[in-house]
Design a protein around this ligand. Structure first.
Ligand SMILES: [Fe+2]
Length: 388
C-alpha cells in the first residue's frame, strides 16, 4: 500500500547489535566501550541452575563483574526491580548486563531507571518522562521473541493488582544487544515456539500499524520471512544453531520494526489475558493473531497480501477479506506445526471472563496503534469470542 504525501514519522534506534556464535565472550569489550567497570548481571535462577550461560558471562566479564542478581521471574514485578536497583546502588554498580528472556531485560531496563532517578519503578510509569541518560545496559537475550533488547518499552506486572504496567521511553533502549545463538541452545521447544510467534506478531502488527513507515516495513517483512523459514526448525531441533541464530535475528529485527510503530489489537488482547489469567505472552499472541487478522482484513487486505507473501503464501488476485483469510490460515498452520494451542479455552481462560477482558483491552495502550479502529468493547469481545 503506497504512502501519501502526508507521510510523517521518526525512528530512533541507538542499540549496537553484536551478532555471532560465541560473541558473548566480547562482553568485557562492550563494557569498556560503555565505561562499565562494576557490572551487575541481572538474570534468573533457572538459567544458573540449568545452563552454563552465566558461567560463560562471568568468565567473559572477568574483573568487571561486580555481582549477580538472580531474582528475575517470568513477568517481572515492581519489588524485583526496586530490590535489584537498591542492591546495585549498595554495591556501587555502574552498569547492568541482563541475561535471559524479555523479563530479565525488562527488569534491567526498570532498574536502570530507578538507579539513576531514584524512588520506585512505580514512580516512573508513563511515556517519555526521562530527561537524562540512564544507567548503561547491555542485554544478552537467551530467547528469541520479545525484541526487548532494542525496544523502548518495559512491561512490569503488578502481581497484587493482576495488571501490567507499561513504560515507554527512548532513554531505556539498551545500549548494546549481544546476539549469540549458542546461549539459546537448550531453550525448551514450547518456549521457542511461543516466543517465536511473539516476534511474528511484532512484525505483522508493525507492518499493519497506523504508524507504519518505510523503515519499519522493510524490517517487518524480513522478520516475517525469517520466522516462516526457521521457526519450525528451531522448535524441532533445539540444538540447530543456524536456526537459533536466524530466530534471534528475526526477533531483533521485529523489535526494531515495532519500536517505531507500536503493536496493535493482538497485543492489547494478549496483555490482558496474560495479566488476568497468566497465559504466556507468546501463546496468547499465537491464539489471537489469526482472529485479529480476520477482523482487520476488510481495511488492511493489501498489507496482508504482503504478509502472506512473506509467509510463503500466494494471495495475488484475492479480495481483501480472502487475503486476510489466507494470511490468518498461514499463521494458524504455523502455530499448529509448532504445537501451540489454537483456542483460549485450551489455556484455561474462562468464557465468563471474556466480557471483562474486552473491557480491559480497550484501555491497553497497544490498541491505538492497530491499523483499523478497534477501541470498542463490542468489537474486541467479538474477536475474543472467535478466539475462544
Ligand atoms: Fe510481544
Amino acid at each position: 500500500m503506497a504512502y501519501g504525501a502526508d507521510l510523517n514519522f521518526s525512528v530512533y534506534q541507538p542499540t549496537r547489535v553484536v551478532f555471532g556464535d560465541g560473541v558473548v565472550a566480547e562482553l568485557a569489550l562492550e563494557c569498556k566501550r560503555l565505561g562499565i567497570e562494576r557490572a551487575m548481571v541481572v538474570t534468573d535462577r533457572v538459567l544458573i541452575e540449568r545452563t552454563d550461560v552465566i558461567q560463560r558471562v562471568e568468565k567473559a566479564l572477568g574483573t568487571r563483574l561486580c555481582t549477580i542478581y538472580d531474582a528475575v521471574i517470568p513477568d517481572t514485578g515492581v519489588e524485583i526491580i526496586d530490590d535489584g536497583a537498591r542492591l546495585a546502588r549498595e554495591k556501587g554498580c555502574d552498569g547492568l548486563i541482563s541475561v535471559g528472556g524479555g523479563s530479565a531485560i525488562d527488569t534491567a531496563k526498570g532498574m536502570a531507571i530507578v538507579i539513576t532517578e531514584g524512588g520506585s519503578i512505580r514512580d516512573h510509569q508513563g511515556s517519555s518522562r526521562l530527561t537524562r541518560r540512564q544507567t548503561p545496559h547491555i542485554s544478552v537475550p537467551t530467547t528469541a521473541g520479545t525484541g526487548s533488547e532494542v525496544s523502548l518499552y518495559i512491561v512490569v506486572k503488578d502481581h497484587r493488582a493482576h495488571e501490567k504496567m507499561h513504560f515507554m521511553d527512548d532513554r531505556i533502549i539498551p545500549d548494546t544487544a549481544i546476539l549469540d545463538p549458542s546461549v539459546t541452545i537448550g531453550m525448551p521447544a514450547q518456549l521457542t515456539a511461543a516466543t517465536g510467534i511473539d516476534a511474528l506478531t511484532h512484525a505483522i502488527e508493525a507492518y499493519t500499524s497506523i504508524n507504519r513507515n518505510p523503515l519499519a516495513d522493510g524490517l517487518a517483512l524480513q522478520a516475517i520471512r525469517l520466522i516462516a523459514a526457521w521457526l519450525p526448525k528451531a522448535v524441532t531441533d533445539g540444538t540447530d544453531k543456524l536456526a537459533r541464530g536466524q530466530m534471534l535475528l528475526a526477533a531483533n529485527i521485529a523489535g526494531m520494526a515495532f519500536n517505531s510503530t507500536g503493536v496493535g489489537l493482538v497485543h492489547a488482547m494478549a496483555h490482558v489475558i496474560g495479566a488476568r489469567h497468566g497465559v504466556h505472552h507468546g501463546t496468547a499472541n499465537a491464539i489471537c493473531l489469526p482472529h485479529v487478522i480476520r477482523f482487520n482484513a476488510d481495511e488492511l487486505g493489501a498489507l496482508y497480501r504482503d504478509v502472506a507473501d512473506a509467509l510463503g503464501v500466494d494471495a495475488r488476485g484475492l479480495g481483501d477479506e480472502m487475503t486476510g483469510e489466507a494470511a490468518a490460515q498461514a499463521v494458524a498452520h504455523l502455530n499448529s506445526r509448532i504445537h501451540l494451542p489454537p483456542r483460549l479455552r485450551d489455556v484455561a481462560v474462562p468464557e465468563a471472563d471474556l466480557d471483562a477482558c474486552a473491557e480491559a483491552s480497550i484501555s491497553d495502550g497497544a490498541i491505538v496503534y492497530n491499523g483499523k479502529f478497534a477501541a470498542d468493547k463490542d468489537l474486541v469481545l467479538g474477536v475474543y469470542k472467535n478466539a475462544y
